[in-house]
Design a protein around this ligand. Structure first.
Ligand SMILES: CC(C)(COP(=O)(O)OP(=O)(O)OC[C@H]1O[C@@H](n2cnc3c(N)ncnc32)[C@H](O)[C@@H]1OP(=O)(O)O)[C@@H](O)C(=O)NCCC(=O)NCCS
Length: 165
């Protein structure tokens, strides 16, 4: 378990410290995981290297890395609560993740984003140099982006209100 501190803020890899209700509460309304179930979020946390960002005892941000800790890492589910955005915490979270001692010397980091390219660009991320070498296969999950005609989450998403359990 690792911890990084800055003023009243702390980033920790302690999975037991995570506020799963908070993480699920955000992710179920995020554009990339609309309607995601609590069980899916719990399972993804269990099998990822997770980073919680805290102000005192309160969690205000999250990100997770899917990785073999040897050659590749996929950065996912990055967020900061709205009230805490725009003051450098997101940048600090990404910088901290990239500095994790078990994530050094990898061949490739990947991520997907709709609009935060500028943020990740600062940390060395670039559009795929050769997209023709990458493929994807859509799974059967119905959680996802309603703007994506293949995601199929629209009906479930509109029925959700933030804060619903
Ligand atoms: C993306 C996010 C984590 C950034 O957190 P933050 O604490 O606001 O980030 P910072 O304050 O460190 O901002 C870093 C820089 O990135 C920029 N930035 C933030 N979000 C951006 C976005 N969506 N697109 C482009 N640039 C962005 C900021 O303008 C800032 O630049 P500046 O310092 O030159 O003004 C936060 O906005 C968030 O949680 N957004 C909603 C969830 C989301 O979209 N997550 C990313 C999924 S890939």
């Amino acid at each position: 378990m690792l911890e990084w501190r800055r003023e009243e803020y702390c980033i920790s890899t302690d999975a037991d410290a995570l506020d799963v209700r908070f993480v699920h509460g955000f992710l179920r309304t995020a554009y990339w995981s609309l309607g995601v179930s609590r069980e899916t979020v719990e399972r993804s946390i269990q099998h990822s290297l997770c980073f919680g960002l805290y102000s005192g005892e309160t969690q205000i941000g999250f990100a997770r890395v899917v990785t073999d800790r040897a050659s590749f890492a996929y950065l996912a589910d990055v967020f900061i609560t709205e009230a805490n955005r725009g003051s450098g915490l997101g940048g600090w979270l990404i910088e901290t993740i990239l500095s994790h001692p078990e994530l050094q010397g990898l061949r490739r980091w990947t991520l997907a984003t709709r609009d935060a390219h500028g943020l990740y660009r600062r940390f060395g991320f670039r559009p795929l140099a050769d997209p023709s070498r990458f493929m994807e296969k859509r799974g059967s999950s119905t959680a996802g982006d309603p703007a994506d005609p293949e995601a199929g989450a629209v009906e479930r998403a509109v029925a959700l209100k933030p804060g619903d359990e």
